[in-house]
Write a protein that binds this ligand. Structure first.
Ligand code: TEU
Length: 536
C-alpha cells in the first residue's frame, strides 16, 4: 500500500486575514491567498492548513463561528473558496481546514435561541447552562483559558460555560444534535473537496456535567492542560468519552476516497496525546513540545526521542512545529536569555530585555534544519520562512486578541500581515492600511527582498524543503551515538547525517559532503549551527 501523503508532509499554516489582501480593505482574504499560492509551491510545501475563514464576528480571530458552512464576507465567498481549493489542487497542494467543535460564537443562531429560551429547555441543552452555587457564585471554579471564571451569568440567573472568551459558549457534546451538526459540517467541506481538518481544542469537547459539578483541584483552568497529577479524572479535559467522537469522525473521513484526515490540537502530553491517533481515530496530533524547550541539545534530544517513540507505538508518525498563531515567534524567543518568559517579555513591549534578533535568527535557522530532518510531518506557520520576529511593540490601541490581561499582551504580535515587497503601501500585502500595523523595517523581510539571496531565511527554507524530498519518504531514524553528546545533537536519516550544535563553542565536523548548513562552517560546526552531511 502506498504511504499516505500526510505521514511525512510539510504543512503550511495560513492565517488568511494576514496573508494577502486582494480587495485592499486591509483584511487578507481568500482571493489574496489564491493569488499567492505560487509562493507555497515555490517554497516546496505539500499542503496548507487554513485557520478559520467562516462567518464570524471575529472576536477570537475567527475561532468564534456563527455559520460553519459559510465564508466570512470580509474574506470572500464560497465561490472564492472553491476557486482557491481548485487552484491549490491544480498545484498539487492539499488543503486542510480548521474545524472548531468546542464552541460557537455567542452570535450563533443556536446560542441566541438558547438565551431566549427557558432554563431546562432543549434550546439550552445544546450548550452548557447551569444554576450557580448561589445567586452570585458560578456553578464551579473552572477557569477560562483567557482568564477569569469560565462561567458567565445570563439575565435569568443561569450561567453558561465558556472555556475561552464569553463570546465563545461551549457546546454540549452529549446532545445528539451537536454531533449530527458537526458530522454534517465535515461532510459539507469534504464534498467540496478539502483533504482534511485541524481540530481545535480537540481534548476538551466532553465535560463531566454530573451534578454537583466537580471543582478543578488547584483552581486551575485550561492553563493546567497537562497537569493531570492533581486531577487524574479531570472534569473537562481529555475525558475518555472524547475518543468516541473521533472514532465517529474517522468513519466519516473514510466515506471519502482518499480518506480525509484529522489533526488533533490537543494540549496534552505525549502518552495521552497518542490516544487521539490510535488506529480507528485521528491521523495526527500536534506536538507542541518544541515550544516548551529552549535551545539545549539535551532537551531537544529528549523531545525527539519521546515523540518518535510515542507516535511509533500506535503506528503513526510524529509532528513538529516551532511556530503557530498562538505563540511568540521563535526568532524572538531564541534571542531571549534563558529564563525569560516570552509572554512576560511581551508585556514590556519587547524592551526588557531586548531580544537579540541576530542570535535568534541564527538559532531559528538551525532549529528549522533540525525539524525538517526529522521523520514525520512539519507544520510551518506563515512568515517563519521569512524569519519574521514577533512584533512586540504593537501599540495598545490596535490589540484585539481576547487572550489579554495585565499579565498577557495577547497573540497579535505573531499575526501581523506579511510583507511581500520591499516597499509600497503595506509592503505588497494589499491596501494602504493593514488591520495590524507592520513595522517600518518589514520590507527587509519581504519575499521580494529575500528571493534569490542565498543567505536569506527564505532560501534556507527552500533549499531544506527541496533536499528533504529526497529522504522524507524513508522514515528511518537513528541516533549517532558517538557524536550525539553534550551540546551536539546528532542523528541519521537514511544517508544523511544531521548535526545541531546548541553550545557556545565550535564542535568537530565529520567528513562528508555538506548538503546544507544553517550558517557558514568554519573548521568545524560553529555554535548555534546545524548541518546536513552525506557520508562519503
Ligand atoms: O487554542 C487552544 C488553546 O488551548 C490556546 O488557548 C492555547 O493554549 C494558547 O493560545 C497558547 O497561548 C485554539 C486556537 O489555536 C486559538 O487560537 C483559539 O483562541 C482557541 O483554540 C479557541 O478557539
Amino acid at each position: 500500500m502506498p504511504t499516505p501523503w500526510w505521514r511525512n508532509a510539510v504543512v503550511y499554516q495560513v492565517l488568511p486575514r494576514s496573508f494577502a489582501d486582494a480587495s485592499g480593505d486591509g483584511i487578507g482574504d481568500l482571493p489574496g491567498l489564491t493569488s499567492k499560492l505560487d509562493h507555497l509551491t515555490d517554497l516546496g510545501v505539500d499542503a496548507l492548513w487554513l485557520t478559520p475563514c467562516y462567518r464570524s464576528p471575529w472576536t477570537d480571530a475567527g475561532y468564534d463561528i456563527t455559520d460553519h458552512r459559510k465564508v466570512d464576507p470580509a474574506l470572500g465567498t464560497l465561490a472564492d473558496f472553491d476557486r482557491m481549493l481548485a487552484e491549490a489542487h491544480a498545484r498539487g497542494l492539499r488543503v486542510l481546514l480548521d474545524v472548531v467543535p468546542n464552541h460557537t460564537s455567542d452570535q450563533h443562531e443556536w446560542f441566541r435561541r438558547a438565551l431566549a429560551a427557558t432554563p431546562g429547555s432543549p434550546e439550552r441543552d445544546r450548550y452548557v447552562f447551569k444554576d450557580g452555587r448561589a445567586p452570585d457564585r458560578p456553578p464551579s471554579n473552572w477557569e477560562s483559558r483567557f482568564g477569569g471564571s469560565a462561567w458567565t451569568r445570563t439575565s435569568d440567573g443561569q450561567w453558561y460555560l465558556h472555556l475561552f472568551a464569553p463570546e465563545q459558549p461551549d457546546l454540549n457534546w452529549r446532545d445528539p444534535r451537536v454531533r449530527e451538526e458537526f458530522a454534517g459540517i465535515l461532510r459539507f467541506w469534504g464534498d467540496r473537496g478539502v483533504d482534511g481538518f485541524r481540530i481545535d481544542v480537540a481534548a476538551a469537547l466532553v465535560k463531566d456535567l454530573r451534578e454537583p459539578l466537580r471543582d478543578v483541584v488547584g483552581g486551575e483552568g485550561c492553563e493546567g492542560l497537562d497537569d493531570f497529577a492533581a486531577n487524574p479524572d479531570h472534569p473537562f479535559l481529555d475525558r475518555p468519552e472524547v475518543h468516541e467522537i473521533y472514532r465517529e469522525w474517522n468513519r466519516i473521513f473514510h466515506e471519502f476516497d482518499p480518506p480525509l484526515i484529522g489533526v488533533a490540537e490537543a494540549w496534552v502530553r505525549g502518552d495521552r496525546r497518542v490516544r487521539y491517533i490510535r488506529p480507528g481515530e485521528l491521523q495526527q496530533a500536534f506536538n507542541f513540545e518544541f515550544l516548551r524547550v529552549r535551545w539545549r541539545a539535551a532537551d531537544y534530544r529528549r523531545v525527539v526521542a519521546e515523540s518518535i517513540a510515542a507516535a511509533r507505538s500506535v503506528g503513526r508518525t510524529a509532528t513538529w512545529a516551532l511556530n503557530n498563531h498562538d505563540v511568540v515567534r521563535q526568532v524572538s524567543v531564541l534571542g531571549l536569555p534563558r529564563g525569560v518568559d516570552p509572554r512576560v517579555w511581551l508585556t514590556t513591549n519587547g524592551t526588557d530585555p531586548p531580544a537579540d534578533l541576530e542570535l535568534g535568527t541564527r538559532r531559528a535557522r538551525a532549529a528549522i534544519m533540525l525539524v525538517l530532518a526529522l521523520p514525520g510531518s512539519a507544520y510551518l506557520y506563515q512568515g517563519e520562512e521569512l524569519g519574521l520576529p514577533e512584533v512586540a511593540d504593537l501599540p495598545a490601541q490596535v490589540l484585539g486578541d481576547p487572550k489579554r490581561s495585565g499579565k498577557d499582551k495577547g497573540r497579535d504580535g505573531c499575526r501581523v500581515p506579511l510583507p511581500w515587497t520591499r516597499g509600497g503601501p503595506s509592503f505588497g500585502f494589499g491596501g494602504p492600511r493593514p488591520w495590524l500595523p507592520q513595522p517600518r523595517d518589514w520590507g527587509d523581510y519581504s519575499v521580494e527582498a529575500q528571493r534569490g539571496d542565498p543567505d536569506s531565511m527564505l532560501e534556507l527554507y527552500r533549499s531544506a524543503l527541496r533536499l528533504r524530498r529526497e529522504f522524507s519518504g524513508n522514515e528511518s531514524f537513528s541516533w549517532d551515538d558517538d557524536r550525539n553528546v553534550g551540546d551536539v545533537l546528532a542523528f541519521r536519516r537514511g544517508e544523511v547525517l544531521v548535526l545541531v550544535n546548541t553550545g557556545s563553542t565550535t564542535a568537530p565536523l565529520p567528513a562528508g559532503s555538506v548538503l546544507l548548513a544553517s550558517s557558514p562552517l568554519e573548521d568545524g560546526l560553529p555554535a548555534d549551527t546545524a548541518v546536513w552531511l552525506r557520508r562519503e
